[in-house]
Design a protein around this ligand. Structure first.
Ligand code: 4NP
Length: 154
């Protein structure tokens, strides 16, 4: 089982989701059965570590995302990942714009797994610290729902 989190820059929301979901999988002993990655729609931050504010917010919850490096979504990702989960509607549209016909996996908003299929995880990049806390709260909710869902297919 392979899960890919997607946001715009791959330096705030999706690396945070990668960190949170990876930690949940480890706590459940599932880290060898579920592979997790993240990427961005844009190319501006390729090769960069997560935003310092995202790193600090994650670290306050005991999650170290400092080693992650940004990369861009590519068509090959559809051959690899079972779930390609978007943080917002723009991300989802960009994913579906390059989604090959016949892709058998799931592309949807991440917050569907928190029981909120229409809710985006808001971009915290141009806001303050509270935005990063809010992102983590939402990501934790959706990650717990995703865990239940993924368990059904293991
Ligand atoms: P992310 O946040 O999509 O959650 O990584 C952003 C990071 C950078 C930019 C936009 C959003 N940017 O415009 O550079």
């Amino acid at each position: 089982m392979k899960v890919l989190f997607v946001c715009l820059g791959n330096i705030c929301r999706s690396p945070s989701a990668e960190g949170v979901f990876s930690k949940i999988l480890e706590a459940q002993g599932l880290q060898d059965r579920v592979e997790v990655d993240s990427c961005g729609i844009g190319d501006w931050h390729i090769g960069k570590a997560p935003d310092a504010r995202a790193q600090q917010a994650a670290m306050r919850r005991g999650i170290d995302i400092s080693g992650l490096r940004a990369r861009q979504l590519s068509e090959e990702d559809f051959a690899v990942f079972d779930f390609i989960l978007a943080m917002d509607d723009d991300n989802l549209r960009a994913i579906q714009a390059i989604q090959p016909e016949g892709y058998q996996g799931t592309t949807c908003l991440f917050m569907r797994f928190a029981g909120q299929p229409e809710t985006p995880v808001p971009d915290p990049y141009f806001g303050g610290e509270q935005g990063f806390e809010n992102v983590l709260d939402m990501i934790e909710d959706a990650s717990n729902g995703l865990l239940q869902h993924v368990r059904l297919s293991l």
